[in-house]
Design a protein around this ligand. Sequence first.
Ligand code: APR
Length: 263
Amino acid sequence: MMGEAANLLAKSKFAIAFTGAGISAGSGIPTFRDSEGLWRRYRPEELATPSAFQKNPALVWEFYRWRMKKILEARPNAAHYALAELERLGVIKAVITQNVDDLHRESGTKNLLELHGNIFRVRCTSCDYKENLKESERLEEFVSSKDLPRCPRCGALLRPDVVWFGESLPSDVLERAFSLARKADLVLVVGTSGVVYPAAYIPYIVKEGGGRVIEINPKVSAITPIADVFIRAPAEDVMEELLRKVRDFIENGSRQRERLKTL
Ligand code: APR
């Protein structure tokens, strides 16, 4: 499977990656629907919906500050770095993620589309104020504060700049992601259950366009039935080897081309 996946990736003209919480599991961040997943322990309707925030913003902020702390303790793992390196090699053209943990950016991915937002960004519930707490360097005080965060411009409540259940995805990001999927001849799907839409359409759009689907997941997911290659393993255990094999294919390919030139 690894050889086949590496061969397809090395030969692809326009490959993209589509990731979910599973790629960050190796960094110690819980997924949502696995046995120890967040939605097994907490009720999403009480913590990740607009009505939950209206009803009890303090509880929702307590939950997001707890998640921010957990993510700040984490580092990108070998799977994040392998994707960033595949982008640097020109193999992966873009990473489309459902994750809000910023670990793809931390690992060096440049062309990153965050479909569900970013947990380190906040926005005002009334005016169009937005802030990236990493860039404004207010992160530490923000995470350790117990107060309800207020908009410095209009005083209204600030909320996490993430997509909650029942909310629309940012239309510009979604449209860019769909157009990349229409253009792609291969999608590398890593660590998603593939049950949350419209994000989960991405692999199907590639498939319908005649593209190939490679999936890495220790368990069968909703995407597995359309996968051309299914690598059943934790991403952090196999993606370095996949990267190595892709690099070998590329180097062999260029050596062959050089040799042909000399003939
Ligand atoms: N490597 C690769 N995949 C893994 C690993 C690992 N180490 N560990 C777990 N997985 C897989 C699981 O088998 C599962 O299929 O990752 C997937 C995680 O699925 P979910 O918890 O459903 O997460 P995700 O698909 O990202 O959820 C989508 O749902 O809760 C919302 O907005 C949230 O973006 C999230 C969306």
